[in-house]
Design a protein. Sequence first.
Length: 430
Amino acid sequence: MKQKILLALCGLLALGSLAACQNNQAPVQSAASSTSTTTVSSSMATPPAEKSSDAEQPKESVSLSVLISTSRPVPADVDPNDNPWANRFRDAMPHIEIDWIITPQAAMQEKKNILIGSGEIPDTMPIDDLELVNFSTLGIIQPISEYVTEEYIPNTMKLIGDDAISSVTYQGEKWAFPTPRNPVESQEAMFIRQDWLDALGLEMPKTTDDLYEVMRAFTFDDPDGNGQNDTFGYISAKNLGWTNPLMLAFDVYENTSNNVDRWIRVDGQFIPDIIRPEMKEYLTYMAKLYADGVYDKESLAFDFKQLEEKVISGKIGVWVSSASGTSSRYVGGLKQAVPTGEIAAVEPPVGPGGKRGMFKSTAVGKRWAISAKFDHPEAVAEILDWMLTLDDSVSHIQYNADQFEVGDVGVHATVIGDRFLSALPETDLS
Ligand SMILES: [Ca+2]
């Protein structure tokens, strides 16, 4: 396989010079170990006709370690390397033995530092932008441009775009396998209690001013009809988390949770949103919600989980969340507390300047880098691409990756529309 890529590249470059081709390949080989270089050299000697029939050759056995994080604790009685999910990989790719290194999401950075510091670099691990630059510069990971191709990851290449490719490219080389992100479920939106709108005879809000009036009514006009003043119009998470549609209505953006701020060119100069007059307008709007008691003040100390719990308790009128959580956790959860509760999405409200917007995630999921010490990037390519295998035997697009995310259809997951899977609420699981 590798030889075919090398030949193809050299063929493309033949109009230039052979020296250029060799130079381009040099970093790939020098980053790999001597074993890998030897493998490349020996396969180069194999006539192309024999190499083209890969299916007839047994695949080389490969062992590799995969560092992954999990947002949920792995139960104590589950062996990361011997359970139905790990065994799916084993059954599908018997020639690849995976050693799963599973760490809680919050401890991922520390775990990486410890492993890298002790020289036990995981053979593959997900990396972020900064790590891509640092790890490549320090020689911790290897360039894998020749593997980020149709040849090695055909399913992936069908599902990713140029943004994914550029997200793994640095100094002319590709340093990780990008994986696609579900383009529907990764987005966020503003949501509203449709049953409260109906109960109070209110229209779906279109502007930030409409929204204020609706949220005020949700706070003071007893939308749940229990005769008690026990509801709020709006809720966020700490650091004004999950208020993006409101920020963008005022044409500003600031992610206080991740220290990401937007800079805009004004009169030829870049200035941060945080000091623009529009930010003051946005904060004035939020301060009014707070001062008027429409904003659930308690939520300013909430994490996302607490926000979710408060919403599904049935006392909140408007909130922002990721679309992925809506179908499963929010709708299902709310129904437990309020059987007549209905959730609807709000179109992003229009602000005083006529602007509106939504936060959009990139279509890139994880980016898997390969240790400079690991000789088999093609095995990682095979695993990742297998996870994106389309299953034509079902009516929707069912990726293996979806199953690892949300489980088996009908057991742990349900189908949204005819294309996407979504986890069933935990309350529905037996
Ligand atoms: Ca009430």
